[in-house]
Design a protein around this ligand. Sequence first.
Ligand code: SAH
Length: 240
Amino acid sequence: MSDAKIRLYVEHPLAQGQAVPLNANQTHYLFSVMRLTQDDSVLLFNGYDGEWRATVKQSSKRSGILICAEQTRPLQLPPDLWLLFAPIKRIRTNFIIEKATELGVSHIIPVQTRYTNSDRVRQDRLQAHAVEASEQCGGTYVPKVSDLQQLDQLLATWQANRRILWCDETLTNTRTRLDTKDQTPWAILIGPEGGFSADEAKRLRATPQITPISLGPRILRADTAAVAALTLWQSTLGDW
Ligand code: SAH
């Protein structure tokens, strides 16, 4: 294999001639699963140095070293868009992380609301899903995935200039148009399967940074709503 189809995220600086040591998982994947050998190429990215073609310099059962040959793509950051969502069943939560990474967000924050089913998330696993999604979609950036945060605490310390596009399923017949010249940073907020409680809805409505929005006359599942809202935002205000 020399045509460098494999993309790998590494936590290591990348630059011309830079040696990149592989960890046990990467070693196993490249040499046992993908059967790469000396001088084969791999594409590497680390989230800040762009994408680099690297070649296998040393390989053994337990370790390996790659050497960066040339930059194949500069770093391309997604828009400064955050996704706040209430975690749902594991498989659907993973789907949200994967799709948000592909569609382009800078930060993903799982939020705990009154009707959120889970009271903890495996942040490390969710982050690993974001890494995998970036590897497969050609991204050079990996969105940061935070640990679960309480909605009220998040709102209490919310920065003044970041607006929140609140996907509010009670607004089924209202049309909101976003101002396409808007330059402020945004976050999209998606609720849990049970929706928001009356108190939460009141709190959200009273938050000055909030813009409530309808995603049409049908109630979407949270994972569908996340994809729809990100698509809408990206095509109106983002980098599409
Ligand atoms: N339990 C609620 C549905 C929640 S759907 C009910 O049956 O009424 C999960 C989340 O997806 C919602 O909190 C909202 O953020 C988003 N969503 C789903 N459909 C939507 C729509 N038509 N407009 C705006 N947001 C929607």
